[in-house]
Design a protein around this ligand. Sequence first.
Ligand SMILES: Cc1ncc(COP(=O)(O)O)c(C=O)c1O
Length: 393
Amino acid sequence: MSRSANFRSEFLPLSRPTLGEEEIQEVVNTLRSGWITTGPKVALFENKFRDYLGVPEAVAVSSGTAGLHLALLAAGVGPGDEVITSSMTFAATANAIVLCGARPVLVDCDSDTLNIDLDGMKARINSRTKAVVPVHFAGQPCAMDEIVEIAGRHGVLIIEDAAHALGTEYKGRKIGTIGDLTMFSFHPIKTITTGEGGMVVTRNKDWAERLRLLRFHGITTSAWERQAGGRSAQYSIELPGFKYTMMDIQAAIGIHQMDKLDWFVEQRAKLAHMYRLACADVQGLKPLGLVPYPQRHAWHLFVVQLELERLTIGRDRFLELLKERNVGTGIHFPALHLQPYYQEKWGYRNGDCPHAERASHRILSLPLFPKMSEKDVQDVVQTVAVVLGEHLK
Ligand SMILES: Cc1ncc(COP(=O)(O)O)c(C=O)c1O
């Protein structure tokens, strides 16, 4: 294909939420109902979420980040503890560990899937390790049998960062049913959205109770329970909690997104399959590898790695060229251990996590959302192929 190849005339974003009339009407009804903050819609959303996963406890919060912060606190993570996670994740994962007063222990990822490296995890477990936080990168499950075995052997908790993994299954088990506590995110780019929002699920009733206290100032009853649930106007404060509640306006979106969740995942999987087939013929890039065990990939992201040795441009220039040709992209993620805060405060150095570093400079996420068309995928791959073709060594 030549420089004169036809590129898209309209910008294709990395992601776009799929919202229908159901969500819009529910939000409007909520706005008209007289109750817009945490109340009956949040309770309904939590119920639907519990039913979908088949878990006893689901606690809705204001964001995935808030969920992770509370999950760690509920599990008792605090000063003097160490928590192991992957360097190949979003800031929220490690920041939440730091905000609990614990040490974030960042380990390398697998070079092909970008999920946490199990040998790295094992090597860093010691008597101070309180928990491991596996991140199901891009929606592909980590090797949970091995992680459960390692954590069990060392008496360490598993707090899953499943921000990317609503709808993901590991060997036929839904993510959210395996670890001690699991956090999901409903940011607009995620499998389902509530605008912003998150959910923490667990089998442990005491932790769930603590999550509920922590999300609302440490107060024993919610405002809705006091207004509509026949509870007294009195309340007691059990601990200094946060204001991490989800509003009914958000849950109004979520309850309809739950009905569409499986369709969203199927659509994403279909598009990802098209991408994989089309990318097989493109010189200069490689999609991430697939894990060797049975899984259902939620395809939160379609990530490819550039073969920089074969190219005359770097990743960032490549992203600019795609943008000029109306293709949106993202970088998920720059390795955390290279970030100034983690280097200055926690002593991480270049070279500590070689696979994460290598990926940091090579990865990009291509557009992927349920309402994308086959033609959109073809446009993206054609644009990618032409731009790479013009910059092959
Ligand atoms: C791996 C990971 N963890 C945590 C989060 C935080 O979720 P939220 O944006 O809902 O706070 C994100 C969000 O992008 C993420 O990608």
